[in-house]
Write a protein that binds this ligand. Sequence first.
Ligand SMILES: NC(=O)c1ccc[n+]([C@@H]2O[C@H](COP(=O)([O-])OP(=O)(O)OC[C@H]3O[C@@H](n4cnc5c(N)ncnc54)[C@H](O)[C@@H]3O)[C@@H](O)[C@H]2O)c1
Length: 287
Amino acid sequence: MGRLQDKVAVVTGASSGIGMATVELFVAEGARVVAADINDAAGAALQARYQGFVHFQHCDVTQEADIAATMAAAADRFDGLDIVFNNAGAGGSINTIEDMTGEAWDFTMALLLRSVALGIRYATPLMQKRGGGAIVNTASIAGLEAGYGPIAYSVAKAGVIQLTTLAAAQLARHDIRVNAICPGFIQTGIFTASDLIPGPLKEQIKAEMRAAAPAAQPLKRAGEPIDIAEACLYLASDASRFVTGTKLVVDGGMTVGPRQAWDPEVRAERARMMEARRAAYEAGVKG
Ligand SMILES: NC(=O)c1ccc[n+]([C@@H]2O[C@H](COP(=O)([O-])OP(=O)(O)OC[C@H]3O[C@@H](n4cnc5c(N)ncnc54)[C@H](O)[C@@H]3O)[C@@H](O)[C@H]2O)c1
């Protein structure tokens, strides 16, 4: 008996990375899944891999009608909706506040924030019919602190965290739980998704990022999509039945504090610097 036995889920951003790992885990735990994405080829391959358990639905989450149709597909194909993972995303605008345009800002908000609000909006009546449900939204550590993403992306993800809190408060009376996950640095295609990066360079960047990942946070290994999928499974399943309105940080400790708080090499380097300064001072005083 799987932890999501006979549940019906929608996962957006299902054709790659965190979304795909979550579809795989959900199916392994007994769920049937509507996998939604703009990447039709990868989505069709996912559906073919899990015939009868995964239905691929083309869905551009910047389009309200696509989101509504995706939720409706869960009811049409699998008779209802219990779980939604609002996860689709990309880096959005890389502009700074000094060269931001209204268009770039609006696109990023539509992709990362409005999409989540509308995902919740269109899931709610279907979950009410089932007597409740679980919604999980992908935020980011970039929504918690500065320095982890471009400005529009980070503001959108901060919005996802607050949206999660407010939606949880409003939907608790329907027994619908709403929670967010804040991933840290996870090895997916998101960092090389831009069409501006040529194919061979993408692979090189991916390899460099994977090599650098173990040193990026206190836990010395790369963050993988399955790490987020497992967190999503917890928040989607009955194991978290008394949890709503929260954010689960899954970042290998990246946000525990400044590097000197956890990296012994940095502390040793600082100690060496202090010792050199003290020695120079003493030499100066004595000289
Ligand atoms: N990878 C990380 O380090 C990291 C960290 C924090 C948060 N996140 C968030 O995790 C989520 C998933 O990203 P990922 O890392 O798995 O990246 P990914 O690029 O591997 O997957 C993102 C998926 O979203 C899809 N997508 C993009 N735009 C879409 C649209 N308009 N409509 C529907 N689908 C769309 C892509 O086709 C892709 O399949 C995103 O919301 C991202 O912001 C990722």
